[in-house]
Write a protein that binds this ligand. Structure first.
Ligand code: NAD
Ligand code: MG
Length: 302
């Protein structure tokens, strides 16, 4: 980034490098990918995000808060004054600890609850422990996700199809159902959907269809929960440089040119997605519910 302040005016096309680099971006890593070995590194706003008290005193639960978009959201929320519980898989402890440190450096309470959200009982435990630690849940970010590229229909296994739905859709349902009784009026739920909900790619059949489900779930739930004064929205990122992409989310040849086809001509960074979550979590978006905000580099939602 040319300037270390997120508010400095600059050309968005050149704010970050174009390609993810020839060579190192081709390296694949096992799923779930680790930020600790992501090359080139991603920007989560560590050096640039400047808070303004938008979330003072709020309590937030963020799934997939260890790395990628979830880490950028955790850093932004903490700098805006929120205490944060993050969830991630036990194998991601190294990334989780780094995020926790950054939340603490912002002067906020930071708690990790590791576990697998494809297990309904764990989802209930996660919410229970988050409420015990924080007192309530004012912001719920359903952000954990699984994406594995499979080129041909005949190679897409039932196991993968079920796991992708269990992670992206069922986990969101179980956590949301458990969390809502602990959410006061004014609370905000934000789900991470995707450009894939609107422009599904071949090779992402299971993933893209879970994102379609998340978009519809968001809008239906928003209409149910407004009776409780809870708003529900989603953020739909386009191509964003995270461990998800380097751990089977894209085939190797696409990784090299990841993001180059969107109008901005480059992949986005997690730091560029987090402000949309801050906006939807804060009272600034009081008249916005059942909405999806695209952060796509110009690939736009229909
Ligand atoms: P990421 O790998 O950093 O984050 C995904 C997280 O999901 C992991 O860190 C992991 O903690 C969590 N997760 C996966 N399976 C889990 C399970 N069974 N139990 C608990 N946690 C589990 O990658 P990211 O790109 O930041 O992904 C965050 C969200 O953004 C996902 O929902 C993804 O679908 C969505 N998204 C990403 C892009 C992109 O280009 N990177 C684009 C659109 C949408
Ligand atoms: Mg991770």
């Amino acid at each position: 980034m040319k300037n270390s302040d997120q508010h400095a005016m600059q050309d968005p096309r050149t704010q970050y490098p174009k390609s993810q680099g020839q060579g190192e971006a081709d390296e694949q890593q096992p799923d779930p990918g680790l930020d600790a070995v992501l090359a080139p590194q991603a920007d989560h706003g560590e050096r640039s995000y400047r808070g303004a008290g938008r979330l003072d005193g709020r309590k937030a639960l963020i799934t997939g808060g260890d790395s990628g978009i979830g880490r950028a959201v955790a850093i932004a929320f903490a700098r805006e004054g929120a205490d944060v519980v993050i969830n991630f898989l036990p194998s991601e402890e190294i990334d989780g600890q780094k995020t926790l440190n950054m939340i603490r450096q912002a002067g906020q309470k930071a708690i990790a609850i590791a576990g697998d959200i494809t297990d309904e009982n764990f989802c209930k435990t996660l919410v229970k422990q988050a409420v015990e630690a924080l007192g309530s849940i004012d912001i719920l970010i359903n952000n954990a996700g699984k994406q594995q590229f499979v080129e041909e229909l005949e190679d897409l296994t039932t196991k993968q199809f079920v796991e992708t739905y269990a992670t992206n859709v069922f986990g969101m349902f179980w956590i949301t159902k458990a969390a809502v009784p602990h959410m006061p009026p004014g609370a905000s739920i934000i789900n991470t959907t995707s450009i894939q909900s609107y422009q599904p790619s071949p090779g992402l059949l299971d993933y893209a269809s879970t994102k379609g489900a998340i978009t519809a779930f968001t809008k239906s739930l928003a209409k149910m929960l407004i009776k409780k004064g809870i708003r529900v929205n989603a953020v739909a990122p386009g191509p964003v440089w995270t461990p998800l992409q380097q751990s089977g989310g894209q085939p190797e040849e696409k990784l090299r040119r990841f993001g180059d086809k969107v109008p901005l001509g480059r992949a986005g960074q997690p730091a560029e997605v987090a402000p949309a979550f801050v906006f939807l979590a804060s009272q600034e978006s009081s008249y916005i519910t059942a909405e999806v905000i695209g952060v796509t580099g110009g690939a736009h939602l229909p």
